[in-house]
Design a protein. Structure first.
Length: 150
C-alpha cells in the first residue's frame, strides 16, 4: 500500500512542476513579446504603379533656400565629421584654433592640407573616416579649420 508520506511528496512534486512550467511559459511569452516589439518594422514600403506615380520632388517639396556659404558648409562638416579629433586632439590631431600647432601645417600649403584630409595622413584616415563626404565638403572643412587656426 502507498504511504501517506509518499502521496504527499508526489503531490508536492507534481504541484511544484506545474507551477514552474506555468511560470516558465509566462516568462517565455514576455520575452517573445519584447523581441517582437524590438524588431517590428518602423515603416513600410509602398510601390506605386506608373499610373500612380508620385509628383516629382521639385513639385512635392518646397524649394530650399540657396546653399550655405562655403564657410558655413565647412563649419557644418567640421561639426559633424571632424570635431571628434580636431576638437579634442585625439590621435595627435591639431586642435582647431591652436595657431602654434597649425602654423607648420599651413606652411606646407593648402593643396597639401587638402591631400592629407582627402587621402589620409599619419593616424588620420581618408576623409577623417567619413567616406560619404565629397572632396568639396572635405576641402570646405579644411578651409574652415585653417581660417580658425591661422
Amino acid at each position: 500500500m502507498i504511504s501517506r508520506t509518499f502521496v504527499k511528496s508526489a503531490f508536492a512534486a507534481t504541484l511544484t512542476a506545474s507551477l514552474m512550467t506555468g511560470i516558465a511559459a509566462n516568462a517565455d511569452d514576455n520575452a517573445t513579446n519584447e523581441i517582437i516589439d524590438r524588431v517590428k518594422p518602423v515603416g513600410h514600403l509602398v510601390i506605386l504603379k506608373e499610373s500612380e506615380a508620385a509628383a516629382p520632388a521639385a513639385e512635392a517639396a518646397p524649394a530650399m533656400e540657396t546653399a550655405p556659404a562655403t564657410a558655413d558648409a565647412g563649419k557644418a562638416t567640421y561639426d559633424t565629421a571632424c570635431f571628434a579629433c580636431h576638437g579634442t586632439g585625439a590621435a595627435g590631431a591639431p586642435i582647431l584654433g591652436n595657431k602654434e600647432v597649425w602654423a607648420p601645417r599651413v606652411g606646407k600649403g593648402i593643396d597639401t592640407l587638402y591631400s592629407h584630409a582627402i587621402n589620409g595622413f599619419n593616424a588620420m584616415p581618408p576623409k577623417g573616416g567619413a567616406m560619404s563626404l565629397t572632396d568639396e565638403q572635405v576641402k570646405a572643412a579644411v578651409d574652415y579649420m585653417v581660417g580658425q587656426s591661422s
